[in-house]
Design a protein. Structure first.
Ligand SMILES: Nc1ncnc2c1ncn2[C@@H]1O[C@H](COP(=O)(O)OP(=O)(O)OP(=O)(O)O)[C@@H](O)[C@H]1O
Ligand SMILES: [Mg+2]
Lengths: 348, 523
């Protein structure tokens, strides 16, 4: 078996194995796996509406995945995507509510505000890492809590004591009549275009610019980068800021697209943490992130249909989804097995 | 005759590239068997196959006559095969004993029993004359001692066959002498050794037989006593070779590098360079001779902007560069072949092509307004690979996959190609084969003849004496004397390096270096 065929086989085999093990789990717990998977399928592709909603769900996953992947390529582990996304969400919503402007100014301004807020939330751990060698994992985890509680407090203030703000002005909204008509009035919005542009930007920055060259070099080897005249500290901070900005944009998708407001949260959204898995599934490349986000977003959204349509309790559904993702993520184990098998065959 | 190891017709491929093509190596019990070949010939690959790190595509391995399948290093361990890698694998802040038992900790009632282990380490150390303190912490002991810890590690696990991959490349001359004694002691105790080294003199001194490989192919095995360095070199390269660097007179002109009253501290705040002054002129090579750890590293780091200067000044061509950033120093016309190629010289996970443009990627013609033209990077890489005979499958190969010597050639090519006013070469020929060493020396001399200044740092007296026009001897952070190579003997240099001042100018009778390259044999 050549490396090429193995490369193609790995994802296919992983997904099939995941589905099989998921089916076994459903069987053991006394549910019909076929009905379960059919419910999952129709929850993803069932009709135009669900397809629209699936793509809407994928959008923030792409941006969260890009955020994690970008930091990772620069040698940094950004666990703070969740917090950066939350502050981005708030910032976008705030700009959407506070002023009313012509759309050409208002919408970009609100999106920019989210990127800036997320970037700022990434700047702090970047600075601490560069100047004082504080590990970014610790700082970003703490920054998540600060983000959650600070925005909750701010939402209270802005909404005059309530736990959600009013709607943003239409001039700041990403809502799309065109997409809505196309998908049977799902909440699919223009954000998916923003996400796709960001995928292209990340690819361009990493693979075409001197900045990307430096970020990757610093990510691999600080000492050699310093020797080569790169400013290691600057690159660490910049990587965190850009990563945070991607995450902040993920928040803008929720604020300006899906929800049109921001509400106080009892806990994390989970999108930022899922972004870690999305990035790893996509091997930290821009296109890979799209693949990871599609897989993650579809499964997550489609699974919502399983309790209703197949009567499988949500707990079991979550286990099944986790198992499928687990198998895809451990693709390298499957790669190893395939290669072993190939070697054995040759030896005979 | 009984062979303890037989590697028969071993073949190892990396993708389409054949690194080992039908190589046979047979190790007799109780012998030191040298493995010789140019950089990239496939020596490390062959040994990694024996140690179970790579799986061969063809051939068979027999240990004590029995066919074996070494699937991973644990299997190798169980068969009594131990390897001392060129880059040590020790945990810096663990003690010697802890490092040795790591992975196979002896336990008593479920608790690690370090005391007994330390006793065993001590006993082994005495048996083989290694002189290692079982309780010392790794980061506090010298490179030579760390290597002995690696040797102890293999012995502790019951190794009968020891593989040494370029063990002398990072040792001082004194440490090399001691290592050779240790190897002889190991043989006397019944072990067998495979030794990889590029130094023909070492091969002649210690080995019983030599297996030569060339570009992945096994050339044959000769008995050391029946051969000589010239024949070995010819076997290795495939033609007669002359390893004599031709060097004309130097015509130094203006000062390029001026270091005045420089004081530099290491990271602990200890003064490593003390009020040091030094100058290097256009058209001359100044060699810094000294024992490792006498301030050479800190001096270079201070000049190149990698370390802050405590006091004093450094200037290039009259321009003050004291405490400037590395990039500003580079742009002022300084090239630097760093001492530690894996730490500073290369981004190992980058393609070798990217590494060749590591300092120039941001400038024209490679970049324009922040956008890199990768085809230019590739073109530059192809040029350097060609001009410096870097053996690699191409510019896209990760630097990590190049053999040690070829990594070094790529770095040297990169630095010399920028044609800097001052070229700092720190241990430039470490790990290179004899042919490559000669080639590098010629490049350094060529830079000099083109009117550039070269500062050479080396622990090898041969190299300093052969290449330099002036020798500055460093000891304890100070330049104790500046001498002319043709007027100084190796003994005098040795004394100076130990910190003794000598009064007379020395006699002009060469330095007792062996002359190679005359009287050659064909294979
Ligand atoms: N992991 C790898 N992937 C691809 N090519 C490799 C890999 N390891 C080694 N090679 C190639 O195989 C050849 C032999 O390499 P090896 O390290 O065995 O050389 P060597 O004889 O030890 O040289 P040196 O004296 O420079 O250490 C080189 O051309 C190298 O580029
Ligand atoms: Mg090697």
């Amino acid at each position: 078996m050549s490396n090429r065929t193995i490369n193609l086989l790995v994802p296919v085999v992983s997904v099939i194995l995941g589905l099989i093990v998921g089916a076994i789990i459903m069987l053991i717990s006394g549910f019909d796996p076929i009905a379960g998977y059919m419910a999952l399928w129709s929850g993803i592709f069932g009709d135009l509406y669900t397809m629209g909603e699936t793509i809407r769900q994928i959008t923030p996953y792409i941006l969260a995945g890009l955020a994690v992947a970008f930091a990772f390529r620069s040698g940094l582990f950004n666990i703070g995507v969740e917090g950066q996304l939350i502050v981005g969400w708030f910032a976008a919503a705030y700009v959407g509510i506070a002023v009313e402007l012509p759309k050409v100014i208002h919408l970009p301004l609100a999106i920019l505000a989210a990127a800036v807020a997320g970037g700022l939330w990434g700047f702090v751990p970047g600075l601490l890492k560069a100047k004082f060698h504080v590990h970014e994992v610790i700082v970003t985890i703490m920054m998540n809590y600060i983000a959650l509680h600070t925005t909750n407090a701010l939402i209270k203030t802005v909404s005059g004591g309530g736990d959600r703000t009013e709607q943003i002005f239409a001039s700041a909204s990403l809502r799309s009549e065109f997409f809505a008509n196309l998908t049977d009035f799902s909440r699919l919005h223009y954000g998916i275009l923003v996400a796709v542009v960001m995928v292209a930007i990340m690819w361009f920055v990493l693979d075409k610019t001197t900045l990307g060259f430096e970020l990757k070099a610093v990510g691999f080897n600080h000492n050699a980068s310093q020797y080569a005249g790169m400013n290691v500290n600057k690159n660490i901070i910049l990587a965190m800021v850009i990563s945070g900005a991607f995450a902040g944009l993920g928040g803008a998708m929720e604020a300006l697209g899906t929800f049109q407001y921001v509400s106080a949260k009892g806990g994390f959204t989970g999108i930022g943490f899922d972004g870690i898995a999305v990035a790893l599934l996509g091997m930290n490349t821009p296109l890979g992130v799209v693949f990871g986000a599609v897989l993650f977003g579809s499964l997550k959204y489609g699974a919502l249909n399983m309790p209703n349509a197949a009567g499988i309790p949500i707990e079991i559904v979550e286990i099944v989804i986790a198992v499928i993702i687990f198998f895809v993520a451990s693709g390298y184990v499957i790669r190893l097995l395939l290669q072993r098998a190939a070697i054995k065959k040759e030896a005979k | 005759m009984e062979y303890v190891i037989e590697m028969l017709n071993i073949r190892k491929e990396f993708g389409t590239f054949v690194a080992n093509d039908n190589i046979t190596l047979q190790l007799k019990k109780g012998e030191i068997h040298a493995l010789l070949g140019e950089n990239g010939a496939g020596k490390s690959t062959l040994m990694n196959v024996l140690f179970g790190l790579y799986h061969p595509e063809g051939g068979e391995i027999r240990v004590r006559g029995e066919k074996v399948n070494i699937t991973d290093p644990n299997v190798a361990n169980d068969l009594g095969i131990g390897m001392v890698h060129q880059h040590f694998m020790l945990v810096e802040n663990f003690s010697v004993t802890e490092n040795i038992i790591l992975g196979s900790e002896p336990t008593k009632y479920g608790v690690t029993n370090k005391k007994d282990a330390a006793k065993k380490v001590q006993a082994l150390s005495e048996q083989y004359g290694l002189n290692v303190d079982p309780n010392a912490i790794i980061e506090d002991i010298s490179v030579g001692m760390q290597q002995r810890v690696e040797i102890l590690k293999t012995l502790y696990r019951g190794a009968e066959i020891l593989i040494f991959d370029e063990p002398t490349a990072s040792l001082t001359p004194q440490e090399i002498i001691e290592l050779i004694q240790i190897m002889k002691r190991l043989i006397a105790e019944g072990k067998s050794i495979i030794l990889i080294t590029h130094k023909l003199k070492e091969i002649m001194d210690v080995s019983d037989r030599v297996t030569v490989i060339r570009k992945g192919q096994g050339i044959g095995t000769v008995v050391t006593a029946e051969t000589n360095p010239d024949e070995l070199a010819a076997l290795m390269v495939g033609r007669q070779v002359e390893f004599k660097t031709n060097k004309g007179k130097a015509f130094p002109k203006e000062n390029i590098l001026m270091v005045k009253n420089l004081t530099v501290e290491d990271y602990r705040g200890v003064e490593k360079v003390k009020n040091l002054s030094l100058n290097v002129r256009q058209g001359e090579i100044v060699g810094i001779a000294g024992i490792d750890g006498n301030g050479q590293t800190e001096l270079i780091e201070a000049i190149t902007g990698l370390r802050k200067v405590k006091s004093g000044t450094i200037s290039i061509h009259g321009k003050d560069i004291t405490n400037l950033k590395p990039r500003q120093v580079t742009e002022a016309g300084v090239g630097h072949i760093p001492q530690d190629r894996h730490k500073h010289g290369l981004v190992l996970d980058f393609p070798i092509g990217h590494n060749i443009s590591l300092q120039t990627y941001y400038k024209g013609p490679i970049s324009k307004s922040g956008i890199i033209d990768y085809s230019k990077i590739e073109k530059k890489a192809l040029d350097i690979i060609e001009a410096y005979d870097v053996r690699t499958q191409g510019p896209h190969t990760p630097a990590r996959a190049l053999s040690g010597g070829n990594q070094q050639k790529a770095i040297i090519g990169r630095e010399v190609d920028r044609n800097p006013e001052l070229l700092i070469a720190a241990l430039p020929t470490r790990g290179l084969d004899v042919g490559a060493i000669e080639f590098i020396h010629s490049r350094l001399i060529e830079q000099r003849d083109n009117g550039k200044a070269v500062l050479l740092i080396s622990f090898e007296l041969d190299e300093v004496v052969n290449v330099s026009d002036r020798i500055a001897v460093i000891h304890d952070g100070e330049i104790v004397d500046v001498v002319l190579p043709e007027e100084t003997t190796e003994q005098q240099l040795g004394l100076l390096m130990a910190g003794h001042h000598i009064q007379t100018g020395g006699n002009s009778k060469g330095s007792g270096q062996e002359k190679r390259g005359e009287d050659q044999h064909v294979e």
